[in-house]
Design a protein around this ligand. Sequence first.
Ligand SMILES: Cc1cc2nc3c(=O)[nH]c(=O)nc-3n(C[C@H](O)[C@H](O)[C@H](O)COP(=O)(O)O)c2cc1C
Length: 219
Amino acid sequence: MELYDVMRTAFSAREYTDEPVPDKLLYRILDNSRFASSGGNRQGWKVIVVRKKESKQKIAELAVPGAKRYAAQRIAGENPFNTIDPSSVDDETIQNTPPSPKLNMTYVDAPVVLVVCVDLKVVASMDRDLDRVGVVSGASIYPFVWNILLSARNEGFGGRITTIPITREKELQEYFRIPGHFAVSAILTIGKPAKLLTKLSRKPVSEFTMVEFFDGKNL
Ligand SMILES: Cc1cc2nc3c(=O)[nH]c(=O)nc-3n(C[C@H](O)[C@H](O)[C@H](O)COP(=O)(O)O)c2cc1C
């Protein structure tokens, strides 16, 4: 596929056919994805290839608390898990809200699940001392993560990033025997999409690009 076609059609595939994702294909996807940039070229990524049903079930189970809170905050008209606006949703409401099915589905049915971790010992977290949630650390892992999804799309497969289970990172680390200084960055489901979506809903450039200053005119 043409690069721009891949970029414009890499939708979040949540339903897959039974077609397997062989190790050979996975290897090729990862072999191309590894050319991603990372701070200082430290390449702190590790990937756990999960095919065992009970392990996928474990991930699905650990996604439930986050998916419940996500759904409850959406129902309340909030931007879930944001660190700026305090949430008005209490614990009891979260408990009584069913998990968002879209966010929580498909771990078990996906042919393969990738748990992507990053070694925080090698990541330069430039914003570590700022008075806000850290975002710069992610820049050393998400280019790699996104390359995986672009490569999968290029191979006629597809997948999606999930982060919901990471609210239970400690349990993930215990289950998958991940050392404590490795952050679980993303959990990807990969397979042959049951249907292809090609029209992605995204804001136009003019809505997010300003010239010279944040309040400058749009490009
Ligand atoms: C940082 C990040 C976290 C995400 N977490 C989840 C998730 O936990 N579960 C899920 O189903 N999708 C997740 N997604 C996928 C988004 O929901 C999806 O990209 C968005 O709704 C746009 O859908 P589309 O790519 O099909 O157009 C995540 C995407 C990103 C970039």
